[in-house]
Design a binder for this molecule. Structure first.
Ligand code: 0WE
Length: 260
């Protein structure tokens, strides 16, 4: 008996076993959901397929969210295979590595376009296609970060993208509410993932996050997964348009008291 028993859901954005999306997928599986996954390209297919197998996934297909033709094709395959969809998890972001350091004011038009396209527009693109396969009771979820609402050093254009993503969450919730479909976001504290491995000084950032948190630690993929289960389940039937923080209380604190 799980809270997602009988539900079919897509988890978009698994890259490897460290991915937040993988933590979400495992929690959803534990609660009885039938899962489908995407992979970005051939290189990640080798990573994703074995993981998908571990949770008995019934659907795995290629989807690069920056390509409309792939979006159409992916969701057409979901429709053929499943017919209906109960939930969708979007855990996808990308910015140029060089844009995640140095001065925000040096952000180029190309850096801005790429980050906003892959990290924010892609949720809209997936939501419009997923919604057509959902009935009342459907749920969507995306992943954000505190840099959406505060100026976090070096997060730069990703902060602007997450701000757009959180706003899109509210507008999608507005649009899809009358259809009985809920749309929420989780704002997770920093977690060591493939995306994080490309960032200098991530260790220091994790340390600061732990010290400044209420629980005096960082959060895990499993904890994000458990919160995701709640938001995707019927227990959250009255919750939509929300950004739910899973950050050990960091965002409600005044910061690290030992830090000047
Ligand atoms: O959203 C993120 C990371 C997103 C991300 C990470 C990378 C690294 C490698 C997007 N694109 C790329 N592109 C790459 O080439 N986080 C919330 C984690 C994160 O990233 C940061 C952070 C935190 C926290 C970057 C700078 C400062 C803090």
């Amino acid at each position: 008996m799980g809270v997602l028993d009988g539900k079919k859901g897509l988890v978009l954005g698994v890259a490897n076993e460290k991915s937040i999306a993988w933590g979400v997928a495992q929690a959803c599986r534990r609660e009885g959901a039938e899962l489908g996954f995407n992979y970005l390209g051939a290189a990640l297919e080798k990573r994703v397929r074995p993981l998908a197998e571990k949770v008995g996934a019934s659907f795995v297909a290629q989807l690069d969210v920056s390509d409309d033709a792939q979006l159409d094709d992916f969701f057409a395959q979901v429709e053929r295979q499943w017919g209906e969809l109960d939930f969708m998890v979007h855990s996808i972001a990308y910015a140029n590595k060089d844009a995640l350091k140095g001065n925000f004011r040096d952000t180029t038009r190309a850096d801005f376009h790429l980050a906003l396209d892959v990290s924010a527009y892609s949720f809209i693109a997936c939501a419009q296609r997923a919604a057509r396969l959902m009935r009342p009771g459907g749920a969507m979820l995306t992943m954000s970060y505190l840099g959406a609402v505060r100026a976090v050093p070096n997060y730069n254009v990703m902060g602007v993208a997450k701000a757009a993503l959180e706003s899109a969450t509210r507008y999608l919730a507005h649009d899809l509410g009358p259809e009985g479909i809920r749309v929420n976001a989780i704002s997770a504290g920093p977690i060591r993932t493939l995306a994080a491995s490309g960032i200098g000084d991530f260790r220091k950032l994790m340390d600061k996050a732990a010290r400044g948190s209420m629980l005096k630690r960082t959060v895990t993929q499993e904890e994000v997964g458990n919160a995701a289960v709640y938001l995707l389940s019927d227990w959250a039937s009255g919750v939509t348009g929300e950004v739910h923080y899973v950050d050990a209380g960091f965002s409600v604190g005044a910061g690290d008291p030992g830090c000047a």
